[in-house]
Ligand binder design. Structure first.
Ligand code: PLZ
Length: 458
């Protein structure tokens, strides 16, 4: 099949323009997936590595606000934001305008060859927005995993030490070092070893599943394990997601994070907050660290930073960030001008459109809906999260054991009804809600009701 033929096959009508002006409604005109998506799925199977999966079996032609329109003309409610990326919504107007203008000027010089001001402006914004009023510096990269790797490089260089402590249920990426940092074997690590050395895993605080330890109790166990099994003298960094994302939207008990930060400070260990998923207004504050009252030495950001364009960053204490040799940090595309233009427009959108407050409102709605459902359905083991980063953990009503099979059935049924939800969790039994902050109340409530209907039917 030639390219022209295939283009004709999949678009008999002109694709709708994305962005918030798309009709904000759930409309199903075919089964999910429809015939055109099925045709593309067949081509995907022939052309794309079978190892690259997709959560939803439909192909996108437009998205914006709280909806995603597929190639068959179905309009689905988006409760995933492409895994917490499009907080400002897809094709958000400021982002589109800024990237279009930048496209007309120049697309690439490589910042480490010929610099440009938007990179500096993004760094200034990150230094202003991340927790703490100490002097900061930033460096820009492409993906979350790449920024995580660089945070480790910087911490090692600064401390002259090598060990890195990470936590049970952690997710930090899929590159070799970040696979070592990530906890879960399937699907992220299985068969891909050997993994990078000098990575040590310790328990986290998981109130539903650690017997309800207080934050202080959980931290004591964790710190004892670090001291006995690694030793502060060998440790460059402790890295943690303030709320664990892929691991199950696990919110640590009060005081846990503070105790870990205090121990790091007292022991010359760099504390790194991986805010790749929690960052940028998602939890109701610009960064989740703020809500735990902690000031990380380094903060890693990505996802929500640039409205869907690939960009990531490490931001932190100037003396740590400036430690590596000149030229020690870089990369061809890190802080690409299109991504920087998008980031500046995205950050302006969070700040000007009241999206931090909106994230808190969204969280309150999710908590209200599932809190009420939990009262009559013991399979909802917990409703948890912060702001617009919420989840339900599904369990066997009798035993409280994780119910991954139920979770998969509910997610599949929800997709079939035209609502995009994502699952997560070490035990595969968590449904997470990461709607675009641009979604309206009515659409959000409709999407959540569909999840409840799917749960009731399963
Ligand atoms: N740190 C906390 O959540 C990415 C992974 C999706 P990249 N999470 C989504 C998948 O299946 O690959 C993530 C994260 C945290 C780091 C990362 C890695 O970010 O941009 O995917 O490299």
């Amino acid at each position: 099949m030639t390219l022209t033929e295939s283009a004709v096959t999949v678009s008999t009508t002109a694709a709708p323009v994305g962005g918030p002006s798309l009709p904000q409604q759930r409309t199903l005109v075919t089964a999910i997936p429809g015939p055109k998506s099925q045709e593309l799925l067949a081509r995907k199977a022939q052309a794309v590595s079978a190892s690259v999966g997709s959560t939803i079996p439909v192909f996108t032609v437009a998205a914006g606000g709280g909806v995603l329109v597929d190639v068959d003309g179905n309009s689905l409610i988006d409760l995933g934001s492409g895994i917490a990326v499009t907080g400002v919504g897809n094709s958000a107007p400021r982002v589109v305008a800024a990237v279009a203008a930048q496209l007309e000027q120049f697309t690439h010089t490589c910042f480490t060859v010929a610099p440009y001001d938007s990179y500096v402006e993004v760094a200034e914004a990150l230094n202003r927005l991340t927790p703490g009023d100490h002097e900061k510096r930033s460096a820009l990269f492409n993906s979350g995993a790449e920024a995580v790797e660089n945070a480790v490089k910087i911490a090692r260089h600064y401390t002259g030490k090598q060990g890195v402590v990470v936590f049970d249920h952690a997710y930090h990426g899929r590159t070799n070092l970040t696979m070592a940092l990530t906890a879960k074997n399937q699907p992220y690590k299985n068969g891909f070893g050997p993994f990078a050395p000098e990575v040590y895993r310790v328990p986290t605080s998981y109130p539903l599943r650690d017997g309800g330890l207080s934050g202080a109790e959980a931290a004591k166990l964790t710190i004892t394990q670090i001291e006995k099994q690694v030793g502060a003298g060998n440790l460059a960094a402790v890295m943690i997601e303030p709320i664990q994302g892929e691991g199950g939207f696990i919110v640590p008990a009060d005081g846990f994070m503070n105790a870990i930060v205090d121990w790091c400070t007292a022991n010359g260990v760099v504390f790194i907050a991986d805010e790749v998923q929690t960052g940028f207004a998602r939890t109701g504050t610009m960064f989740a660290s703020e809500q735990f009252g902690i000031v990380p030495d380094l903060v890693v950001t990505a996802k929500g930073i640039a409205g869907g364009l690939p960009l990531s960053a490490v931001t932190g204490r100037a003396e740590i960030m400036d430690a590596p040799q000149i030229g020690g940090l870089g990369g061809t595309y890190g802080g690409n001008p299109l991504a920087c233009a998008a980031a500046l427009a995205t950050i302006e959108t969070y700040e000007e459109d009241g999206l931090l407050e909106r994230a808190a409102e969204i969280g309150a709605i999710v908590r209200e809906v599932f809190g009420a459902a939990q009262a009559t359905d013991a399979r909802i083991g917990e409703v948890r999260g912060l702001g617009a980063m919420m989840a339900i953990e599904l369990v066997d009503a009798a035993t409280g054991e994780p119910d991954a099979a139920l979770t998969a059935r509910v997610a599949t049924a929800t997709h079939a009804l035209g609502v995009i939800v994502l699952t997560c969790g070490t035990y595969g039994n968590v449904i997470r809600f990461l709607p675009p902050l641009a979604i309206g109340d009515e659409l959000l409530r409709e999407g959540l009701q569909v999840v409840l209907d799917a749960l009731a039917a399963n």
